[in-house]
Write a protein that binds this ligand. Structure first.
Ligand SMILES: C[S@@+](CC[C@H](N)C(=O)[O-])C[C@H]1O[C@@H](n2cnc3c(N)ncnc32)[C@H](O)[C@@H]1O
Ligand code: SF4
Length: 472
């Protein structure tokens, strides 16, 4: 497949490629798309001509659009971008007789598109029209977007608020599908002990930056990897340097094979309010296939063990796992619901190029129905969707959705909606500064490689302090 455009602006090429990518499974090797855009600034008229060359047929589509009155330069640019994508989407949809639930909205955060339109003063009716008739988004996804925005409520985060993220890149075993930074613990026990020395110093430096900059810590998120691969003593060693009066403090206990009563007690003692116990699936056969060394029974046991401690509990699931049918996914949903977690996050399997999962030839066509079923089933049982995001290479171009029966997890909402700053510790952790007034967002990443992170530690600490000190 080849996509070209006469528009030299970087964003045009990127946006067009994203849409063309959606349809790539239907392309022959010889398929070429050429999009020609002209924009006459004087009369604010935008025209786009698309030619699709295919083995047996060649088609030409033309389209023109006048931009709305009083459109500022910034708006013009985003309008042109949106129409450029939409036009290509509709042309390819017609050509290949196929459509996608998110239409031309290929970005990671569709809720942010809706929030922008709300801020610009568009009525709900106009936004629905824009999403459905211009971008081609399905009515079910539009309904969900509005539900999410309603559950999230206003997102006016004070400028001096910050979240603290701590990354532990170790797990008991590496799951076959996982693209997160995680080392298998069985071969890395010594590396973990060394990592703890660095992460503690990293946290102390972050707390110092928070104090120096007069920031208010809104939440702590101890994620990974699997932070509960640390022993109870190691957990205590790290948690004891953190403040323990933070209203929201999450620990990804993820794998039930790492959870013990002793560790849960340490989490409770140090102010943790929310933990994740993640089945992904309740089918032991699949758990074995994907390399998770635990069973569905262990999930139930871990939930029972955690219950008396009074944490909020989240459970992660994945739709589209290898060899799973829709009925199997439905049974996972049912079993997880019976455990009565406060939150359930339904991910759609995303398969990275070169991942061993590619060889297993999973069943992508069921995934859309699984995700739709999860939405219907969970909302029927009073779980509200409260955050969502999309990733590259997701089966059926679906999304990840967090559902909650209680209050939303602020860290998840604020990071996905990009409306609050994050100070991040550990290898691969990414700090973020957000200036809501200007819409400016900047990021600073620490190296993913653990050795590099440790070797460059002093320099990284200095860079992060400067990052939070500079004017945004
Ligand atoms: C950062 S991971 C860590 C969670 C924890 N270590 C565990 O596995 O239970 C968070 C979640 O992302 C999801 N995830 C990871 N890789 C994925 C993939 N390739 N496709 C879809 N979901 C994925 C899983 O549901 C996982 O629980
Ligand atoms: S336990 Fe979690 S972070 Fe670790 S490899 Fe599995 S999915 Fe990835």
């Amino acid at each position: 497949m080849q996509y070209t455009t006469n528009q030299t602006e970087e964003f045009m090429v990127k946006e067009g490629k994203d849409v063309a990518q959606l349809f790539s499974p239907f392309f022959e090797e010889t398929t070429c798309i050429h999009q020609e855009n002209t924009y006459v600034a004087q009369n604010k008229k935008y025209t786009s001509k698309i030619q699709i060359f295919h083995k047996n047929k060649q088609k030409l589509y033309t389209f023109s659009h006048f931009l709305p009155k009083n459109c500022s330069f910034l708006q013009e640019k985003s309008f042109i971008k949106a129409y450029h994508k939409a036009h290509l989407y509709w042309a390819l949809k017609k050509f290949f007789h196929t459509s996608f639930a998110w239409g031309a909205l290929t970005g990671i955060h569709p809720t942010m598109v809706v929030r922008k339109l709300i801020q610009q003063g568009f009525s709900k009716q106009k936004i629905v029209h824009q999403l459905h008739s211009v971008y081609g988004v399905s009515h079910q996804k539009i309904k969900m977007l509005f539900q999410i925005i309603k559950t999230q409520g206003a997102l006016q985060v004070p400028a001096n608020h910050v979240h603290l993220y701590i990354h532990i890149p170790f797990c008991p075993s590496k799951c076959m599908y996982c693209s997160f930074l995680a080392e298998e613990l069985c071969t890395q026990k010594h590396a973990l002990q060394k990592y703890i020395l660095y992460i503690k110093q990293d946290i102390l430096n972050a707390l110092w930056v928070i104090k120096q900059q007069n920031l208010t810590l809104q939440s702590i998120y101890f994620g990974g990897g699997t932070p509960t691969t640390l022993s109870a003593e190691q957990l205590e060693d790290v948690l004891s340097i953190l403040p323990n009066n933070i209203p929201e403090f999450t620990v990804e206990a993820g794998r039930p094979d790492t959870i013990t009563k002793e560790k849960l007690q340490v989490l409770k003692n140090y102010g943790v309010t929310r933990i994740c116990i993640n089945p992904q699936t309740m089918h032991n056969q699949t758990l074995q296939t994907i390399g998770r060394w635990h069973t569905a029974e262990q999930i139930k046991e871990a939930k029972l063990l955690a219950q008396p401690f009074g944490f909020e509990i989240n459970t992660d699931l994945i739709a589209g796992l290898p060899n799973e049918t829709e009925a199997m996914f439905a049974s996972t949903l049912q079993q997880v619901l019976a455990l009565k977690p406060h939150q359930i996050t339904v991910h759609t399997l995303s398969v990275k190029k070169g991942s061993p999962l590619e060889k297993l030839q999973p069943t992508p066509t069921h995934t859309k129905r699984m995700v739709t079923r999860a939405y219907a089933y969970l909302t029927k049982h009073h779980y509200k969707p409260y955050y969502m995001y999309k990733q590259k290479n997701m089966f059926d171009h679906q999304e990840n959705i967090g559902y909650t029966k209680t209050k939303p997890c602020l860290f998840n909402v604020h990071t996905m909606e990009e409306c609050a700053s994050v100070i991040a510790c550990g290898a691969g952790a990414i700090s973020k500064r957000v200036a809501l007034e200007t819409g400016k967002i900047e990021r600073l990443a620490q190296p993913k490689d653990i050795t590099l992170y440790q070797n460059r530690f002093e320099e990284l600490m200095q860079k992060r302090a400067e990052f939070f000190n500079k004017k945004l």
